[in-house]
Design a protein around this ligand. Structure first.
Ligand code: ADP
Length: 150
């Protein structure tokens, strides 16, 4: 018997969960696509957040469902409104890296009141997007912790 409390064991197990084991594929659009096309893309790909890439394929911003709804209730022509006008742009995008702990990501989602983070690799030129972490991934990890006990 290790003499460790249930909470200590849970904390130890939590610290074994990393972004790279739970991340999903990123869904991205180019920064010049229209709001209209971004809405279609979001439906087709069945995601709540799109990552926006610049001409070099580097992270430029994110657009959420609410950003697209907000743009849609105005009197604007959605087919001629570029996504980079309404996105949340760098350096204001909260991101994570593959080696980060899932609990760190979870606390960022809570503190920033957002649903997902891009998983990035930092390069000289900027951030390459390799994945995404959403509340769903965190929920799956939470369930996997309970399965460990069985
Ligand atoms: P929704 O708008 O569908 O509720 P979110 O709660 O994730 O989705 O988004 C809320 C706001 O935060 C939006 O304006 C969105 O652009 C922004 N946002 C979403 N994800 C991020 C992120 N990783 N970093 C910075 N801002 C973000």
């Amino acid at each position: 018997y290790t003499g460790k409390s249930g909470t200590q064991l849970l904390t130890e197990n939590l610290k074994k969960l990393h972004v790279k084991e739970y991340q999903s594929m990123p869904v991205a659009v180019q920064d010049h696509v229209s709001v209209y096309d971004a809405i279609c893309h979001m439906f087709l790909e069945d995601v709540g957040t799109l990552f926006v890439l610049d001409q070099k394929g580097l992270l430029a911003g994110v657009v959420s469902r609410k950003d697209l709804l907000r743009a849609s209730i105005g009197q604007q022509d959605l087919t001629s409104l570029p996504i980079n006008v309404i996105m949340t742009r760098m350096p204001n995008v909260t991101y994570c890296e593959p080696e980060d702990l899932l609990v760190t990501v979870a606390s960022k989602l809570i503190s920033k009141q957002i649903d997902s983070l891009p998983v990035v690799k930092k390069t000289e030129a900027g951030y390459e997007v390799s994945g995404r972490i959403t509340k769903t991934n965190i929920t799956k990890a939470f369930v996997s912790l309970s399965k460990d006990e069985e």
